[in-house]
Design a binder for this molecule. Structure first.
Ligand code: 2HA
Ligand code: ZN
Length: 276
């Protein structure tokens, strides 16, 4: 059995958490990431029969969502109450590999959470989003949540209508419309850690890989860590430019016509009804 600490997926995960921390997106215990692992990847590093602990899945009820598509699947996930700052230094405490147990009521811990920890309290919301993304993109593997500074700042000064929010982000850098042509969905302020916000996020995720939680942060989803990180990074860059310019009487903009040309050039499908 190979050493999981040397696996590409764990190293990438630690680097990603480190970068997110350094960019100021994950203060204290803010943020969480889950990465769907493929079975062959797991078997190289972990014995699937060696369950360290069984963790009850609290707050997951069949009436809220059908977890069946994820039964038997393994995730590398950040721990509840853990700090992104510490992930790279002590991955075996701050991260865990969990498999969704038979019946979908518990998780089998295969590795990590060595101090008795458990996955992020947002894990049910992550699972709902994984199911939603997998239904539209079977290659989706990552769900990521964080609190990027300028994206949050923009929530306080911009209306929370998702079309105008998306378009103002698209207008901030030429490549935005190409990076997230599916736009940024926006949820109003809602209580985090609840089934309601999990369901609402997952519903939005069917159409858009990015969902802003107003005055809280953002959820992103993608096929790998780089793609997902890059989506949030691009939104955050655009939000920064917005915050630097919106109250300074800007005199130039990127037109809808220009964005259409970009979409054509890069062959991306822009969200219906967003460009005139
Ligand atoms: O995990 O960011 O929204 C801490 C959070 C919850
Ligand atoms: Zn949060």
């Amino acid at each position: 059995m190979k050493n999981i600490l040397e696996s590409r997926f764990l190293q990438e995960f630690c680097l990603t958490a480190d970068n997110m921390y350094r960019l100021g997106w994950d203060e204290r215990n803010g943020g969480n990431i889950s990465l769907l692992l493929n079975d062959d990847e797991v078997k190289e590093y972990l014995d699937p029969r060696s369950v360290k602990r069984v963790i009850p899945l609290m707050g997951v009820h069949a009436v809220d969502f059908d977890i069946t598509p994820l039964i038997g699947k393994c995730f590398l996930v950040t721990g509840t109450g853990k700090y992104f700052k510490n992930v790279r230094r002590e991955p075996e405490i701050n991260l865990g590999v969990v498999r969704v147990g038979e019946g979908g009521k518990s998780l089998d811990l295969l590795w990590g959470f060595e101090d008795g920890g458990r996955p992020t309290s947002e894990f049910p919301a992550h699972m709902m989003s994984h199911i939603a993304r997998l239904s539209v993109d079977p290659e989706n593997r990552v769900v990521m949540h964080c609190h990027p500074t300028y994206t949050l700042a923009m929530n306080f000064v911009h209306e929370l209508d998702e079309k105008s929010f998306t378009k103002d982000l698209w207008r901030m850098c030429t490549e935005c419309v190409v990076v997230f042509p599916d736009g940024v969905a926006v949820l109003p302020w809602m209580l985090c850690g609840t089934t309601e916000i999990g369901k609402a996020t997952a519903e939005k995720m069917k159409e858009s890989r990015l969902v802003v939680w107003a005055m809280h942060g953002i959820y992103g989803a993608g096929r790998n860590l780089d793609e997902t990180f890059g989506l949030i990074e691009t939104v955050e860059k655009a939000a920064q430019i917005y915050m630097l310019t919106f109250d300074k009487k800007p005199v130039n903009t990127i037109t809808d016509q220009a964005m259409k040309q970009l979409a054509d050039l890069f062959g991306v499908k822009v969200k219906d009804g967003y460009l005139d």
